[in-house]
Design a protein around this ligand. Structure first.
Ligand code: GTQ
Length: 348
């Protein structure tokens, strides 16, 4: 490719005239916006250790009451984007949220989609669109765009969960906003009770609802059991992985981000090919030695409750360092967004 003309090559009076008229010459910036073959990615492989983060989150519990926080969250920000941007990747926001016994995070609804992956504690619940969803370690709870949600806690120890939102991309498209509301009335029904027996799903006689996901909570016990059955039934199966889907349509659980649970057999090493979406890895359960994540020249060892991210167009190798126990990894990525945009790619 040719080297292109620089801004400095242009006379100052010409540049000034362009600026005055809100005009910009393309050629000095063409290679920056259309780099050859591999996109420029600000997303750096980044790792957040739960052991380091947890005491700071507990201190936030002492320093900032709920009335002053609304959501008591430490955002896990990627330094490649600048911490103030509060993004893990181009489309993914990550935060660790703390709720103390008796606390309540008031009801609101917003345009970004959120999910919660429960990390620690029992007795908390999230009410989403009137469905009171209990929170236990490893459960995935959805709060899709526009639905009312509030968090409460009837237990006696702190509860912590990982928030995964598509806030950065929704903010970038200038469509991010919130509406505050009153405490929700809860319904007696719950999608996760009637929809989680694969193969047998509720069938409305008159009308299929293919717009919104009828499942707002995916219990970890079910996902874990599915993974263990898959591993036992097919010892040759390399990637023992499930995708969190909308059981009505078979499509992605949410519009923008994709969610998966992966089981690594004892000692297993698994190479995930380079694909366009950025990814997040969170260790739900692992042996005492953890899971090693290799992203190009960077290597992290995830202990339980640790989280890391990897940029797109990059192969990632995961290794279960325990020879005795399986490891279970929660993965979030940008696949649904990339597929909708038509830019989804697998490179190798
Ligand atoms: O729990 O509703 O981490 O609205 C960021 C924004 C959590 C929430 C976040 C939110 C929430």
């Amino acid at each position: 490719m040719h080297e292109l003309g620089r801004l400095e090559d242009l006379p100052q009076d010409y540049r000034d005239e362009l600026t005055k008229l809100n005009l910009v010459p393309l050629w000095p910036s063409l290679r920056a916006v259309l780099p050859p073959k591999v996109p420029t990615r600000k997303t750096k492989p980044t790792y957040w250790a739960y052991k380091s983060l947890r005491p700071l989150l507990m201190r936030a519990g002492e320093l900032t009451p709920m009335e002053k926080a609304e959501r008591r969250v430490l955002v896990m920000a990627n330094p490649g984007h600048g911490l103030e941007k509060m993004q893990a990747s181009a489309a993914i926001y990550l935060g660790m949220q703390l709720l103390l016994p008796g606390e309540w995070a008031p009801s609101h609804r917003h345009t970004p989609n959120a999910v919660r992956m429960i990390v620690e504690g029992e007795g908390a619940w999230t009410t989403v669109d009137g469905e009171k969803c209990p929170m236990s370690r490893g459960d995935l709870i959805l709060t899709p765009t526009g639905l009312w949600h509030e968090h409460g806690h009837d237990g006696d120890k702190p509860v912590v969960w990982l928030d995964v939102l598509d806030l950065p991309i929704v903010y970038y498209t200038e469509t991010s906003y919130v509406i505050g509301g009153d405490r929700q009335k809860t319904k007696p029904s719950r999608g996760d009770r009637s929809w989680t027996r694969a193969g047998v799903v509720p069938t409305p006689v008159f009308k299929r609802n293919t717009k919104t996901n009828p499942v707002l909570r995916y219990p970890w016990a079910d996902a874990r059991a599915a993974l263990q059955s898959m591993a036992a039934d097919d010892p040759a199966l390399e990637a023992v992985q499930v995708t969190y889907i909308n059981p009505e349509t078979g499509g992605d659980a949410q519009n923008i981000l994709g969610f998966y649970a992966l089981m690594l057999r004892p000692g297993q090493s698994l190479r995930l090919p380079a694909r366009s979406p950025a990814q997040v890895f969170h260790l739900i359960e692992g042996g005492s030695d953890g899971v090693e994540v290799e992203v190009e020249d960077t290597r992290f060892t995830l202990s339980e409750a640790d989280t890391c991210c990897a940029p797109g167009y990059t192969a990632v190798t995961l290794k279960n360092r325990s020879a005795a126990a399986p490891a279970f990894v929660f993965i979030a990525d940008e696949s649904p967004l990339h597929r909708k945009l038509g830019v989804y790619e697998v490179r190798d």
